[in-house]
Design a protein. Structure first.
Length: 116
């Protein structure tokens, strides 16, 4: 004999379904720190690494920086809407680099740097 489906069971299953769907969407939209690490090493480390880059270029340290700040700065550089401490020195490199990054790339780099 089958058990009747109660309102309580329906609510439970509906809640469980919504939770699973939300967590799946959240995971799909989450930044990929490993991809961000690879992009940072390929794109940013030449100028912003602690060992060589910052000593030569005078570029700021990026690690342990707020994710929203990094995202806003990179998007601003891509649109040439940021101030530069030395207009002549590295402005064009930052603009070109930021323009080469997709929104997903920027999100991944920011997630990696904020976690470091």
């Amino acid at each position: 004999m089958k058990r009747p489906v109660t309102t309580r069971k329906v609510r439970y299953l509906a809640s469980l379904s919504i939770y699973l769907l939300a967590s799946t969407i959240s995971n799909a939209q989450a930044a990929d720190k490993e991809a961000g690490k690879a992009l940072y090493k390929e794109t940013c480390a030449r100028c912003h690494s602690k060992l060589i880059g910052r000593k030569i270029t005078g570029s700021p340290k990026l690690t342990n920086t707020d994710e929203a700040y990094i995202t806003a700065r990179l998007k601003g550089y891509a649109q040439d809407e940021h101030d530069y401490t030395d207009e002549k020195k590295y402005k064009q490199r930052m603009i070109d680099t930021a323009k080469s990054l997709s929104d997903e790339d920027i999100k991944n780099i920011a997630a990696y740097l904020s976690s470091k």
